[in-house]
Write a protein that binds this ligand. Structure first.
Ligand code: ATP
Ligand code: MG
Length: 219
């Protein structure tokens, strides 16, 4: 079934290897800056969980992403992610990157998770933009040894350019409901005094308001 999945998947895939089958846990990893977390992230993680029969999806907020601008303090982004995921029993949040400090590199994180969860099959979940970035790294094959990749469609990012065949069953594309939402846009909305309700979970909107996050240029 994995072979059929190299193009675009819209139903449940790869379920022959679920915990009911071979006893190995199927662990999804949703990396991101989550500055702030929004419903695009949640829909992406939940759809990947369902389509691939994952036992759990761990959200891993980045410490200091190496290629990004100065980001909101890690503890705020971590708490926002905890608040956003608390109602889903299959979601959890890891402090791995936040506690390690220093710049975050996905390859390193995946190696650490691989070691820690040696009895699990790992699935790294990304949006179309992030997978394009990762697979154009110098050594994508090494990263793909550590985890399979699930790339979710995202408005304005075209996965058509990517030659997925070359990665075999290590990369799968899934269709998710199109949500043209980004953290960049949420931050801009807050700065401009526009509403963010329904774009983020209510607990996230309240936290942002109480802590006065994103109100100033450069926040
Ligand atoms: P920013 O605008 O600050 O880059 P972002 O919305 O892209 O924020 P990230 O934290 O950079 O959020 O993304 C984490 C992961 O979630 C990435 O793999 C990204 O592709 C994916 N993602 C984010 N928003 C969406 C969305 N609306 N649909 C699908 N995937 C998404
Ligand atoms: Mg992004």
């Amino acid at each position: 079934m994995w072979d059929e999945c190299n193009s675009v998947c819209s139903s449940r895939n790869g379920l022959e290897g679920t915990t009911e089958g071979n006893g190995r846990r199927r662990l999804g990893i949703m990396g991101g800056t989550f500055d702030p977390v929004h419903i695009g992230h949640l829909v992406c993680a939940e759809e990947a969980r369902w389509q691939f029969g994952l036992d759990e999806v761990v959200f891993v907020p980045a410490g200091q992403p190496w290629q990004k601008r100065q980001v909101t303090p890690a503890e705020d982004r971590y708490l926002l992610t905890v608040l956003a995921t608390a109602s889903n029993p299959h979601f959890s949040v890891s402090r791995l990157e936040i506690d390690r400090g220093g710049p975050t590199y996905t390859a390193e994180t995946l190696r650490a998770l691989r070691e820690f969860h040696s009895a699990a099959d790992l699935f790294f979940i990304t949006g179309a933009d992030a997978v394009l970035e990762i697979l154009t790294w110098k050594d994508p094959d090494a990263v793909l040894q550590t985890a399979r990749f699930i790339a979710a469609t995202r408005p304005e990012f075209d996965l058509g350019k990517l030659d997925l065949g070359r990665f075999g069953d290590r990369v799968s594309v899934i269709q998710i409901p199109a949500l043209a939402i980004s953290s960049t846009d949420i931050r801009r909305r807050v700065r401009e005094g526009r509403p963010i309700h329904y774009l983020v979970p209510p607990e996230v909107a309240s936290y942002i308001e109480e802590r006065h996050l994103y109100e100033h240029p450069g926040d």
